[in-house]
Design a protein around this ligand. Sequence first.
Ligand code: ADP
Ligand code: MG
Ligand code: MG
Length: 908
Amino acid sequence: MAEKLVYFFGGGKAEGTGKMKELLGGKGANLAEMANLDIPVPAGFTITTAVCTYYYEKGRTFPSTLEKDVQTALEGMESVMGAKFGDSPNPLLVSVRSGSRSSMPGMMETVLNVGLCSSTIPGLIAQTGNSRFVFDSYRRLIMMYSDVVMEKAAGIEVAEGKEIRQQLDRMLGEMKKARGRASDADLTADDLQELVAAFKAKVKEVLGKDFPDDPREQLWGGIGAVFASWNGKRALSYRRIEGIPDEWGTAVTVQAMVFGNKGDTSATGVAFTRNPATGENKFYGEWLPNAQGEDVVAGIRTPNPLNEDTQNEQNRHLPSLQKAMPEAYIQLDGIRTALGRHYKDMMDIEFTVQDGRLWMLQCRVGKRTGTAALNMAMDMLAEGLIPKEEAVLRVSPAQLDELLHPIVDPNAEKNARPIARGLPAGPGGACGQIVFTAGDAVEWTKRGKKVILVREETNPEDVEGMRAAAGILTARGGMTSHAALVARGWGKCCIVGAGGLEVDLHRKTVTAEGNVLREGDAITLNGTRGHVYSGSLPMMDATQNPRFVEFMALADSIRRLRVRTNADTPEDAAKARAFGAEGIGLFRTEHMFYGKGSEAPLFLLRKMIVSKDEPERRAALLELYPFVKKDIKDTLSVMDGLPVTIRLLDPPLHEFVPSGQEEREKLAKALGITVEQLALRADDLHESNPMMGHRGVRLGVTFPEITEMQVRAVFESAAELTALGKKVFPEIMVPVVGMASELVNQRVLVEKVHGEVCAKHGVRRIEHLFGTMIEVPRAALTADLIAGAAEFFSFGTNDLTQMTFGFSRDDTGTFVPEYLEKKLLPRDPFQVLDQEGVGQLVRMAVERGRSARPKLKVGICGEHGGEPSSVEFCHRVGMDYVSCSPYRVPIARLAAAQAVLREKGIRD
Ligand code: ADP
Ligand code: MG
Ligand code: MG
């Protein structure tokens, strides 16, 4: 490989920069950036992601020049740190760290204290005079290395509970118990020395190999294992959930160790430059004295608060860093300010204090809740830190979605008593049935249950279960614990460190203040407050945050696409208006035949369907008319001033034929025929492929009186409302059109009825548009011809996807999951518009349609109209609007604004 493989940093400068995330991974790039800012960072070097690609392409081998480059960089580290790797009297120890382009907290591996062995241990003890620290570091090395390198990277699969890490953990626990030591930090040098010997014997026994005693073997073992961890189980599932491409690969950073476990003047911690849960501009963090790396994140002990702002019920009794190590704290606070100014974003940082001296080990843009994202974007805008365009990019559509999610009804909560309190790690409310394992969370959710995953503490292996659960509750861990971090990133309701809980995995119970809850019992979480309730409390929508309104106004000032809603009832229409919908893009008349209040109209529809001839049908339609008209009129009235697209009856009629005996008897009686005669008529309606049968425009062509009735309802409503001073803009939309001739056929009917209603009301014209759905591939292909008869197109991308793929919308469950699993499909095309295939038809139809009718209005009304990447596509092909369900309206508004900013090259 000709390119540079290794990038050095340390001593106040670096070869890389923060912009080089693709090559150095986020961790490596930001370590370089901090070194360049002259922030104290232990020296190190980063092996690029290109080496990772090489490693996988070339059968897990390294480029030939890598060894030499690593050696050179190692020598650079040695001279900055004043110690030598593998040297007996003055050994340098290193960490081997993973880091991909986009952060995957806890999903890949890191090995600390590499370089400790029989030849370096005595030297380090002599040098530091602290044998407890040296053996503590060594036992950590053995635990991490045997797990990461000797077991996982070697591809050894073991039964749950039999992992080497777990076995060593148990030995550690037994040692603590036997010696009466309350925590890891209480183990003495002698305890640890004994433990180390036992660990090595255990490793040999379980893995059949000696623990490597050669620093260089350890180093290269570590480097290979980090690359291998890119394809570890956890990393793979996390990537699938987050949509991170497998090709990116990880970088490896080798960095000089600094030690937070050297005694009481040493410490390690994690902090956020602003509060990641609320967005408040306050320094927020946790730390542990005499500890190393993972200890804080793993939730092994309750961590101390960083400062007063970080105190809570769990940690109030523990000293803050501000009090315990004021000098280090002041320096850290200064770095917080510098990073805030430099990155203009909230950063998540890792630090270690060694003998009172502060070192920075990581910084990255921090994960945050939707609330925090919104508040920080608006704060930073007000502070003049970022421009409005940047502020709009700071809240992702998914985070916005989270803001619209339910919370525990405060009134109900007032009267309920929490059975436990923990830390508010992930926002909103959730209630569900208790499960105790990640596997059960996935399993139960698949069966349609809502579950709360209750754990002692979570570890990265639980990620799929955490994803599946409606909420997460842990007995241990702090705000920076793994569970909290991951939940916050997903906007999932989560409470950690609920100290009063006792989780018994064997009995599958959780006990809180004497209440024993079992698997399957209902439990409610308020993740915003950290309160846990037994039973299920009612939920409600988050109240309108004024900042939400301000933020949406910013987005609206940027977007070009209009956003409408799919609404079938006046209530939905009103709700969508409140969410900012600028019209209805799809009003389905058939909704009135389903659900509440549908009995009377459904009966009349059925009567119409099984009519034997036109006169009988017309009589039934006449009876149905008032229902249809009321529905349309109410909706047009709610949408006063805004357009409403009314789709003519679409579904295959036989869907509505009753199957029950009693209903059939009633219907037969109303028609004056026998049940047998009715059965014959119903059989006539049967179709082998109803989805492609007698539906949509085909109904209107064969039964023109059906179209006439609906169109009359539209025009009569419009004329009456106009007379009342309302501004109504109905748009009549014909479904399932494949040919221009079909549309012309329907237009004749529409014009005839329009003339009749105008005459009746004594007006010259009733304002309206006439157009079609584009949902049959042939319509897209002949869009220029179709546009001759249509004033607007609305893409029905559900059917268009169905017919372009030849996938039945109603049967995808049988094969699409497997297609996704096997990566034959990148995404479910019914959720995320297939831009590569279906998108071509859409693009072509827009172009051809506009070539025939330049002012053609174009929108989308399929499910995709509320999915951010699809909205961006709609923007790019020049649509006028997207239409989506009421709750997706704000998301579409934001996605439409972000599409403009991305198009202009303003990236987030
Ligand atoms: P992750 O990507 O899972 O956060 P890291 O590479 O950041 O893993 O390392 C895990 C822990 O070890 C972190 O807390 C980190 O601060 C600590 N750590 C990593 N390298 C060093 C080092 N050179 N000296 C001291 N602590 C380190
Ligand atoms: Mg880290
Ligand atoms: Mg359709």
